[in-house]
Write a protein that binds this ligand. Structure first.
Ligand code: HEM
Length: 77
């Protein structure tokens, strides 16, 4: 069991935090408010990006299972 998360895990964590917030707050509103010719393009971006987010989350989960980290000793179990 290791002491800390790897650099890759930390990067993935913050990348996903930013992406999910962007998708919730901005991309969703763009998808909802788009009209006409633009709509298809924006929905493709919104849905495709969401699939990339899902793939990154799955990757993060696999890394999390492979690299077990000790709980913080200062916290009660
Ligand atoms: C990380 C994943 C996703 C997040 C956080 C997200 C978030 C949102 C949000 C906040 C809205 C606006 C909803 C509203 O205010 O009514 C929205 C709309 C929408 N999303 Fe997503 N979404 C995600 C994934 C997807 C995926 C995978 C698809 C399709 C395969 C999709 C298709 C749509 C569609 C069709 C709309 C509505 C557009 C309209 O009103 O015409 N979303 N999404």
């Amino acid at each position: 069991m290791s002491e800390t998360y790897t650099r890759g895990q930390k990067i993935l964590h913050w990348l996903l935090a930013v992406l999910v917030l962007f998708w919730l707050l901005i991309s969703g509103q763009l998808a909802e408010s788009a009209e006409g010719d633009q709509k298809g393009m924006i929905l493709m971006f919104h849905s495709g990006g969401a699939l990339i987010i899902f793939a990154l989350m799955t990757w993060r989960y696999v890394k999390r299972r492979k690299n077990l980290v000790q709980p913080l000793s200062a916290l009660k179990p």
